[in-house]
Design a protein around this ligand. Sequence first.
Ligand SMILES: N[C@@H](CCC[C@H](N)C(=O)O)C(=O)O
Length: 287
Amino acid sequence: MRTIDFAKGHGTLNDFVLVPDLDGSLDLSETDVRFLADRHAGIGGDGVIRVAPLSAAPADVREAAPDAQWFMDYRNADGSEAEMCGNGTRVFAQFLADRALVDAVVFPIATRAGRKVISRVEHGFRTDLGPWLLSRADEARGRGMDSVVQVVGAPDPLPALSLDLGNPHTVVALPPSISLEHLDLSVAPRVDPEPPHGSNVEFVRAIGARHISMRVHERGVGETLSCGTGAAAAALATWWWAGTPSDELTWRVDVRGGTLMVDIDGGSVGLAGPAQIVAAGQVSLPD
Ligand SMILES: N[C@@H](CCC[C@H](N)C(=O)O)C(=O)O
């Protein structure tokens, strides 16, 4: 049996088990990750974040972020690797700050989706998520939709737009006849055409000017109370559909676990919100 240190944290109730691996020697298997994320048998979380030095990152990650000191090794609760986690970056930053592992107010970190720059802001952190892309730009021509999503709670498939924020997202604008609260996200929504590596799926309701509310079904997890890259995708999709003329905009995105702020600056997007570390201890990984 191996005993390791852990911390537990969340960003707008998207919760993570952090595993400090400060010398980069820890090998966390898929089974270890599933155990740590298990809310009954383990610690419990939507994802597991190994805090590793850049030297322990894969070569492509090291090359993309040579000036970063730390690598956010993110895995979903089902053990799968994800390229990025927006809320995770802030919780990762809070952990680094609490342990005095960074001292700058603006610093880069390495992720599988490349270099991300984090800044301390009032009440939390802002992560520059960098450039975003329409995943199926040809199909989304004319500010339209590129796919459909079938979800329990909606009688018919709903038009959607796919975006790449480093990780894949499919955003659905709910028609007024369907309430956000009545969707059943205990069953994974079906995206057609099916994205090659799966997708996080966001359901969005407009609340007011640059203010939306959303629920999310995360790839590798299920419904979560928040998703940072999902909030950014939802704001970007709403902006895209509206044909909003100005390029510099801040959006408020309400998620079940709180509120996130998304700033859109042309081809680049930022995410700000709170981050909390709530516990730390040791856990024994089963053999
Ligand atoms: N909750 C995250 C996204 C985590 C990864 C996602 N489930 C995926 O597989 O892409 C966020 O805050 O962005």
